[in-house]
Design a binder for this molecule. Structure first.
Ligand SMILES: [Ca+2]
Length: 167
């Protein structure tokens, strides 16, 4: 099955998706508060967490700015002190860091000295409960945060074939 690849402008103010090799469609136009985060307390590998989020929500968490990160951290239970997977990863030892949903990483409150790719296999990213990030071994099992797209008031959703343009 063809999986659309998407480009986000703002926090899904506009989301363009490449629908096939020849077409680009506007999939969704939605409001600023269009993300909602879900804390999942079960410990999973990064890939297992990604699979879970895609099945039950939209994807592993994408975080583009401090406001979004603050919203994400609010979902943690009071007193929660462990590290949590977010959607950020890289394919190998070199950047770019990208999010699970395909969007670019424009923001990174790394812990001092990170990312360090310790041991050469730290290709996934957790946030600590204070909101600082570290690259980490993807096969370690951590709790994680999914995001879902919340269709706020004023949201317009269009069917792709209404707005298909050639590229
Ligand atoms: Ca690291």
């Amino acid at each position: 099955m063809f999986k659309p690849s998407c480009i986000y402008f703002g926090r899904i103010l506009l989301k363009f998706c490449k629908l096939s090799t020849k077409m680009l469609g506007i999939i969704q136009i939605s409001g600023v508060n269009s993300y909602v985060f879900y804390f999942i307390p079960d410990n999973m590998t990064w890939t297992e967490a990604q699979t879970y989020c895609r099945k039950h929500h939209t994807d592993l968490a994408t975080v583009n700015d401090q406001t979004g990160l603050d919203e994400l951290l609010k979902t943690l239970p009071k007193g929660f002190k462990s590290n949590i997977w977010i959607g950020l990863y890289r394919m190998n030892a070199k950047p770019p860091w990208v999010f699970s949903d395909g969007s670019s990483s424009l923001f990174g409150p790394w812990i001092s000295g990170q990312p360090n790719n310790y041991g050469g296999y730290q290709h996934c990213v957790y946030t600590d409960p204070d909101g600082y990030w570290n690259d980490w071994k993807c096969t370690d099992q951590l709790a994680f945060i999914c995001y879902g797209e919340l269709l706020a008031a004023g949201t317009v959703q269009v069917k792709p074939f209404n707005f298909v343009v050639s590229v």
